[in-house]
Design a binder for this molecule. Sequence first.
Ligand SMILES: C[S@@+](CC[C@H](N)C(=O)[O-])C[C@H]1O[C@@H](n2cnc3c(N)ncnc32)[C@H](O)[C@@H]1O
Length: 254
Amino acid sequence: MRPVTARAPAHRPQTDSYAVTAEFYDILQADEDEARVRHLYGREVAKARIGVLDIGAGTGRVTLMSLAESQADVHAVEPARAMRTSLMTRLAALPARQRERVTVHPHALDEAALYAVADVAVCHNTVACLPPSARLALWPAIGAALVPGGSLFLELPPARLPARNVLRVLPEQRVGEHVYGGRIVMSAAGNRIRTRVDYWVRGVEGVLREHTERFWMWPASRTQVIDDLARHGFVPLPGHDDPAFLAVTLRAPW
Ligand SMILES: C[S@@+](CC[C@H](N)C(=O)[O-])C[C@H]1O[C@@H](n2cnc3c(N)ncnc32)[C@H](O)[C@@H]1O
């Protein structure tokens, strides 16, 4: 017998982004985020008839909520291996009937070759971290993955650079004998936002370990994102006024 070597198709090389963050993401942020994504997108994904597209699925918050709220197929697009590992662990714990409705695409959306698979797309907490060139590739890929008339619900990036350093402390969480904590510091650096995330684990004797991961974010105004999306056939949906979010629909061709 000849050995068979499975090869991944020639996509961009895997990055180890989120390699540190993945361990801490759910324990420090899951509860709050779970309620938030259900509130923000639950009613929208429940209306999906063809499919739900989760762009930047991370550890699966929107994916799992979509499987629960909708009867449609779900496409979870997640390029970072570390985040995908948590996502797959969550999916493995689901009943087979729910799991067979979700497909995980281990690429950036513009490399996933998805065409007309969804009528509802969600892009939560993802666009901010994409450089302008990646956003330019993302918009037409969303247009291709949605059917005409489909909708996109998107968390907008920060509109501008922070005027001073912004600190966000993540509430500490106990796991057995240890306490997990984290903090995020955002500061302006040229036309980007430098985001430093520090994590720690404490035991009774004090700090057991500390880790840091850095990210960049690129600000963009709501108008700029609307204009960019308009070039790819999207128009704003009325009735969605939350300033941090944008709802658009893909015009049907005429
Ligand atoms: C900050 S995380 C948010 C994850 C998840 N949406 C959440 O809110 O929990 C952003 C995710 O987007 C993914 N990502 C980055 N570029 C992407 C792209 N071009 N297409 C799809 N996902 C992407 C990253 O790997 C990362 O897991």
